[in-house]
Write a protein that binds this ligand. Structure first.
Ligand code: NAD
Ligand code: WQD
Length: 339
């Protein structure tokens, strides 16, 4: 059975992907330092996949630990989710972000080479595109991130492009996610931000459950139909399926792939609030406030290449995104319970 090391596998996207990997017959080993996730996730991954999953608590920057892990397991591939992802925090703590996301990735890639593991999927982000002056981003959109977090993602992409040039046996997928939302349909796993959520969907759902009094809508004076920002929200289950498809596609025919994972259909903040109200039957109080620094008015994916290369496309729409988020939130009002 093919074994995959999933760094950051107890996190939001990693946990959903781990289940789909196990269901697709991969043996899953998770490495996570629990800086933004809970150990309890592992039991839920096992419960939902009905398969045993190995969990190692530790840091991707720990050379010795990685050497031990690679000596104890024979991996076919690595999916590298581990990273810090809060844009505002990255501006305040750039060294922490470069150390964790860039130095951490270098340690991981170095130990992969030493162990002879050359197949990798890397969690990149639409943030690498910055502000190109148009709203539909293809993979050829210029790479010019406008914040520290985005630069850490671009640096790791650059490292991987250089690694591939220096050692052609690498097989690498750079997957650029747009705005992941939603949860496993069981409501057993979902997004569980520690502290105040930075992102729209977890904030809305915490308002719905009563943990927060109202949502701040960051600006209604954008040049969009209702004045609020438009984004390409993608269901995390579709995203997870994209990883399984990428893992199966990587090989001699497709040794290096760079793909947008989005739906291609953007929604506004007000549309997301309405959809969530429909799904939950709960009114979401909100207040229009000023724009958030660094926000763009609108962007979404051209996701044609992922369809062509992977035969993958997002299937789940806005109603499922909201219904599944609400199912997770209402059955786990305090998340996994330790934040
Ligand atoms: P998450 O925070 O839920 O998951 C990341 C996991 O990595 C966490 O469990 C955290 O504890 C772990 N981690 C962080 N640093 C680590 C380290 N040094 N060693 C070991 N484990 C470490 O985030 P997520 O939303 O699941 O995102 C997964 C990946 O996808 C990240 O790399 C993120 O940058 C990227 N991404 C996320 C989004 C998004 O909006 N959620 C969008 C684009 C890209
Ligand atoms: C969506 C829309 C906000 C919160 C970020 C990262 C990006 C990627 C995904 C990792 C915007 C509005 C939000 C709130 C609001 N992550 N909003 N009130 O900023 O598109 O993308 O997450 O790679 O890199 O930048 O996502 O969910 O924060 O915002 O009005 O409390 O909701 O202004 O229009 P964003 P988001």
């Amino acid at each position: 059975m093919r074994k995959v090391l999933v760094t950051g596998g107890t996190g939001y996207i990693g946990s959903h992907t781990a289940i789909q990997l196990a269901n697709a017959g991969f043996e899953v080993v998770i490495l996570d330092n629990l800086s933004n996730s809970s150990k309890g996730v592992v039991a839920r991954i096992e419960e939902l996949s009905k398969r045993q999953v190995d969990f190692i608590e530790g840091d991707i920057r720990d050379h010795e630990l990685l050497r031990n892990i690679f000596s104890q397991h024979t991996f076919d591939s690595v999916i590298h989710f581990a990273g810090l992802k809060a844009v505002g925090e990255s501006e305040e703590q750039p060294l922490r972000y470069f150390d964790n996301n860039v130095s951490g990735s270098i340690v991981l890639f170095d130990e992969m080479i030493k162990a002879g593991v050359y197949k990798l999927i890397f969690s990149s982000s639409a943030t690498v595109y910055g502000d190109p002056g148009y709203v539909c981003y293809s993979e050829n959109t210029p790479l010019a991130p406008i914040n520290v977090y985005g630069r850490t993602k671009l640096m790791v992409e650059d490292i991987l492009r250089d690694l591939k040039k220096s050692q052609p046996k690498w097989q690498i997928a750079l997957l650029r996610y747009f705005n992941p939302v939603g949860a496993h349909e069981s409501g057993r796993i979902g997004e569980n931000p520690f502290g105040v959520p930075n992102n729209l969907m977890p904030f809305i759902s915490q308002v719905a459950i009563g943990r927060r009094s109202k949502l701040m809508v960051y600006g209604n004076d954008y040049a969009t139909p209702d004045g609020t920002g438009l984004r390409d929200y993608i269901h995390v289950e579709d995203l997870a399926a994209g990883h399984v498809a990428a893992l199966k596609t990587l090989g001699d025919v497709n040794p290096f792939i760079t793909l947008n994972l989005g739906t291609g259909k953007p929604y506004s903040v007000l549309e997301m609030i309405s959809a969530f109200e429909r799904a939950s039957g709960i009114k979401i109080p909100y207040e229009i406030v000023g724009r958030r620094a660094g926000d763009l008015s609108e962007y979404y994916a051209n996701a044609d290449l992922a369809k062509e290369i992977l035969g993958w496309q997002a299937k789940l729409g806005i109603d499922r995104m909201c219904a599944d988020t609400w199912c997770w939130q209402k059955s786990n009002p305090e998340g996994y319970g330790i934040d």
